[in-house]
Design a protein around this ligand. Structure first.
Ligand SMILES: Cc1cc2nc3c(=O)[nH]c(=O)nc-3n(C[C@H](O)[C@H](O)[C@H](O)COP(=O)(O)O)c2cc1C
Length: 291
């Protein structure tokens, strides 16, 4: 997740039981240009095994070049064909790629041939309710040599509105042989178990459910094993994040956003967030969090 899954956050998610972590989506052209900001996001922690780098771009030459530049640091190259943000789709990247499944297949085929690690793709269910094409896209992705497909059960048009359609995810699982990773609206261990059983997917990807609560991965694992789970104090989780953020020189503004997320759902969280919002440096932020 852009602005969320920095290396410190991912390390914590991994420690708490995530099976696979991904960088936020990185612009292939920024990597090729040597953008310092983007390259700072390529850092990983040794605990992250396996770890995926997610790339986006509309220019196949650039995406291949970017993939080759970073592949030695990662176990998987994931191609973003799901982002609905205007600044991404106006260039033809992200979920705009769903308009042309053959183009996705060509992209995937060329990237698979160019790199030495597995290539996976993240898609949405389609462009809009009238153009649901995830099954067709997933088949083409598979035939082009991808090692897995992740599908968020919403259309590009939906953005984050409405509900994720797990029926289409189930259909994709029925129709392809490569591993299918289902994604959308899984916030609790109970829903995780239900979705896993109903859809038969090989894995479930959790995004918003981990924001401010990376401990959700432990909760899920415990629930699957024992039928029970506990919760972990948000301040304790944030302190662990902060230690890692210091180690990895995460920028202050990112830490501030994370701190605000960790206060969500806590008692007195709203006034705390107002105070955090006006902090200008780490020491100030820490004082607010201590209180
Ligand atoms: C803040 C934020 C940033 C995101 N950034 C990315 C991204 O960089 N790459 C990506 O594939 N999806 C991204 N997503 C989408 C999520 O990966 C996921 O598909 C979506 O949130 C649905 O899953 P959920 O219901 O578990 O949140 C982002 C979502 C959020 C909320």
């Amino acid at each position: 997740m852009a602005g969320v899954t920095d290396v410190a956050f991912r390390t914590l998610a991994k420690k708490y039981g995530a099976g696979l972590t991904y960088t936020e989506f990185l612009s292939s052209s920024a990597i090729v240009r040597g953008s310092k900001k983007t390259l700072s996001l390529v850092k990983t922690d040794p605990i992250e095994k396996p770890v995926a780098v997610q790339l986006f771009g509309h220019n196949i030459k650039e995406v291949i070049q970017a993939a080759k530049l970073v592949e030695n640091k990662f176990d998987i190259i994931d191609i973003n064909c799901g982002c609905p943000a205007w600044k991404v789709i106006k260039t033809g990247a992200g979920s705009a790629m769903l308009n042309d499944p053959d183009k996705i297949a060509t992209f995937v085929g060329k990237i698979v041939s160019a790199v030495n690690i597995p290539v996976t793709v993240k898609i949405r269910s389609g462009i809009d309710a009238k153009h649901i094409n995830a099954v067709d896209v997933a088949r083409k992705i598979q035939d082009a040599g991808a090692s897995a497909v992740a599908i968020h059960g919403r259309t590009q048009k939906q953005g984050y509105r409405g509900n994720a359609d797990w029926k289409i995810i189930t259909k994709v699982k029925e129709e392809v042989d490569i591993p299918v990773i289902g994604n959308g609206d899984v916030f609790t261990p109970e829903v995780f178990e239900k979705r896993l059983e109903e859809s038969g997917v090989d894995a479930i990807m959790i995004a918003r459910g981990a924001i401010g609560n990376p401990y959700v991965f432990t909760q899920i694992k415990d629930y699957i094993k024992t039928g029970e789970y506990d919760s972990k104090d948000k301040k304790e989780q944030f302190d662990e994040y902060l230690n890692l953020a210091r180690k990895y020189n995460i920028p202050f503004l990112t830490i501030k956003t994370q701190a605000i997320s960790f206060t969500k759902g806590t008692q007195g969280g709203a006034p705390l967030r107002n105070k955090l919002g006006v902090t200008k440096m780490l020491r100030q932020l820490e004082k607010v969090m201590e209180k």
